[in-house]
Design a binder for this molecule. Structure first.
Ligand code: SF4
Ligand code: SF4
Ligand code: SF4
Length: 297
């Protein structure tokens, strides 16, 4: 409700407002300005030139001349004048910039750019599918999902509620390596490679990171199949957790299935945080309480 008693109800389904606390639905109570969090669709982390032009106009016409790129690649437009908020949101909405990425729901899906030279396989299309299927779904608490195109994990999948990391199975050509080469063995952080009389083999410690393939100048190593590692239960914040591995090499369909399973188990098994009246558990807390197997059962 505004100062003069008006209640603002917008048609747009998901509104992200940052005003000390994050709220998903908008009902303005006092104050003169609000901060608007928005994210692009269909690609949640890629903004087109046309969208950037609209954002520039909204900042200039309704805001304070500033914009902030959030850690999950939402654009946050601070200090939008309340009286013009509806106009600002309408312009963003028409340009495919949806308010959201806040509250107790599945947040903006964060993906690596497909054009990164280290990417094992493109991830944005699957990210878009996940966004379409699970984006903004109401949850007990916020759920962050990140995709990484390789084990470098720039999108921080280990510290997200659900982290997905592209992986590749490596094939070794039936050829003898040069005597003085140890490029792949030096590149492997997991001691997963053996060299016996110039013949390379890969052992069970392999995590499918493909660093060895980049290191091989002789084309003896190649990526023969790609998939994804899937982690669940990580988080950042005042307490930090690393996600636990739910799948070591899942295909696209299995990733979608697993995300649905993780989210539905969380909906079913998540409860109040011990000692709290309202605050619900984060996904990682439920997994910690039940154990990964018990959680997924
Ligand atoms: S995680 Fe890999 S693919 Fe993604 S941005 Fe980093 S280096 Fe590139
Ligand atoms: S894929 Fe990664 S873990 Fe596996 S052998 Fe190559 S460098 Fe080592
Ligand atoms: S597989 Fe490639 S990098 Fe590894 S030892 Fe042979 S030639 Fe060198």
């Amino acid at each position: 409700m505004s100062e003069n008693g008006d209640v603002y109800h917008l048609e747009m389904p998901k509104i992200g407002i940052i005003k000390g606390v994050l709220a998903k639905d908008i009902e303005l109570v006092g104050g003169k300005v609000v901060n608007v969090r928005t994210c692009a669709r269909p690609y949640s982390n890629v903004y087109s030139v046309a969208q950037l032009r609209v954002i520039r106009d909204v900042i200039e016409n309704y805001g304070s001349g500033k914009v902030h790129l959030s850690p999950r690649h939402n654009l946050e437009i601070p200090e939008v004048r309340q009286k013009r908020l509806k106009d600002a949101l309408r312009e963003l909405y028409i340009a495919g910039l949806f308010p959201g990425g806040a509250g107790t729901s599945v947040r903006n899906i964060f993906t690596c750019p497909d054009w990164c030279s280290r990417s094992i396989r493109p991830v944005q299309e699957l990210g878009e599918m996940i966004s379409a299927n699970f984006g903004d779904r109401d949850m007990h608490n916020k759920v962050t999902i990140s995709f990484a195109g390789c084990a470098n994990s720039c999108s921080r999948p280990h510290n997200c509620d659900i982290g997905i990391i592209a992986a590749g199975k490596v094939s070794v050509a039936d050829e003898k390596c040069p005597d003085d080469c140890s490029g792949c063995i030096d590149a492997c952080r997991f001691r997963a490679m053996d060299n016996k009389d110039g013949r390379i083999s890969i052992n069970e410690r392999c995590t499918y990171c493909c660093r060895c393939v980049d290191a091989c100048q002789e084309s003896i190593l190649a990526i023969e199949e790609t998939g994804f590692r899937v982690l669940a239960g990580g988080k950042e914040g005042s307490t930090v957790k690393f996600g636990q591995e739910c799948a070591s090499f899942a295909d696209d369909f299995e990733v979608l299935e697993l995300i649905e399973r993780i989210l539905s188990r969380y909906e079913k098994k998540g409860g109040l945080r011990p000692g709290f009246v309202k605050k619900k558990e984060r996904l990682g807390e439920v997994i910690e309480r039940l154990g990964l197997e018990g959680f997924l059962a």
